[in-house]
Design a protein around this ligand. Structure first.
Ligand SMILES: [Zn+2]
Length: 208
């Protein structure tokens, strides 16, 4: 399995292309930009893109999904609880970035806790982690965790936005993520990667 990271979009979100090396099938975790160079880079990597899996419905993680659907014919999955967030994308673009509204991205596929997606023999498992948003999802692939805006290096996702819930994020992280092996590598939605073991020692959540 190979992981390629693309930092894209108005708030520098991490997009992770996970490639099954045998079959070249791939999944994209988050899709934050429709920038042609981003689409071309994915095309040039020679993969068969099977799914786009969103960690949550915030605008800065999904602005590319319509363009990717057009380029690759690929469907996007999000937790149904985050559809409210997806519908707010045009408003958020205006509010946070002062940008003209964009159409609401088209999503018709939902992901639930425990769902599994396959690229070749590689399995991607969805873990529901509400808190930053109601429908927050992390994805576990072997010993790699794609944590969206739930868990960052040294910190956790903000919970003061619409439907954010600090108690819920603490529970999600402590009960679901911190029970993974210490050497699980964590790939967050923004910023540098880390490990579960490091975060269990140093994350600000220990003071919450
Ligand atoms: Zn977010």
């Amino acid at each position: 399995m190979e992981i390629k990271t693309f930092v894209e979009g108005p708030i520098d979100a991490n997009n992770y292309l996970i490639i099954d090396e045998k079959t070249k099938e791939a999944v994209l975790i988050d899709c934050s930009s429709a920038r042609p160079e981003f689409i071309k880079a994915v095309e040039d990597s020679g993969v068969k893109l099977k799914y786009i899996l969103l960690t949550h419905g915030h605008f800065d993680h999904l602005l590319g999904i319509d363009a990717f659907k057009e380029a690759f014919g690929v469907d996007t999955y999000v937790a149904e609880e985050d559809l409210t967030q997806v519908k707010l994308v045009p408003d958020m673009m205006q509010m946070f970035l002062g940008m003209p509204p964009v159409p609401i991205p088209a999503i018709v596929n939902f992901v639930n806790d425990g769902d599994e997606f396959k690229i070749g023999d590689t399995v991607i498992k969805a873990i529901s982690t509400p808190g930053h948003t109601k429908g927050g999802m992390c994805y576990l692939v072997e010993n790699n965790l794609f944590s969206g805006d739930t868990l960052f290096q040294g910190s956790v996702g903000r919970c003061d936005l619409l439907e954010g819930d600090l108690k819920a994020i603490v529970k999600s992280i402590k009960e679901k993520l911190f029970t993974l092996p210490d050497d699980t590598r964590v790939y967050p939605g923004h910023g540098a990667s880390t490990t579960v073991g490091y975060e269990k020692k140093y994350n600000e959540i220990l003071n919450i």
